[in-house]
Design a protein around this ligand. Sequence first.
Ligand SMILES: [Zn+2]
Length: 268
Amino acid sequence: MELQFDSIGRIAHATVVAAEDREESLRCAARMAQALVCQGEGPLPCGACRACRKAEAGIHPDIIRVQRPLDDKGRPKKEIPVDLIRAVASDALVLPNESERKVYLIEDADCMNSSAQNAALKLLEEPPKGVYFLLCVTNPALLLPTVRSRCAEWSCAGERREQDPELRKLAEGFLDLTAAGDRAELLRWCFAREDMDLWTMRAFLDCAADCAAERLTGRAQTRGMSPAGLLRLEELLERCRTMLQVNTGVRHILGLLAVDAIADERGV
Ligand SMILES: [Zn+2]
């Protein structure tokens, strides 16, 4: 299903558009940009008005794509330099051409170097009237916390991953491990997964929470876990998910799982 918005108010002036796949984040941001310039009625973008058609053809003058500069061989450079963000800042002061709004779609925003990110701070905090910034990223953790705190975050759905049978097996294995109560084994399990990327971790946490919910509601066998243990685990997984949203690394999450996934007998 194509992304639509019931009103423009749903889109923040500065939004981090995160997806596991680069193309997916660009697609998602392009739909947001189209919604912002759309002149149709009802769910946006309407896809039919003149502005929508221009946006789709990539020729709407008020949707500006900001891309990494190219090197001598015509390949995109690794970083978005500060000059480019300064140029955006002064361009953003110019009124839009056709729309009431002007949208900067910043591709690979997680490639902004730290001076570029610092230069973007003021812009993101107080964008000129009618100006929107969509920061496309695959790894939001590369953005400075000061940048992220000024932006809304839009995660493009990664439903495909939750259906992944490998991930499901991993999640079930993790639950069994916590049920067994073997701390040393749990620690080894967590150590072995330190190279997991952000998106796999996110999908894993979702998947493990689903498995816990199934066992708790009797849709799956409990396999040695008590209802109280399952509830605790659900809470822990939720806490990990929230932390992952706010710039916590995968290793930190694994550390938390290693320490907290098995209830401490001395406690409670
Ligand atoms: Zn439209």
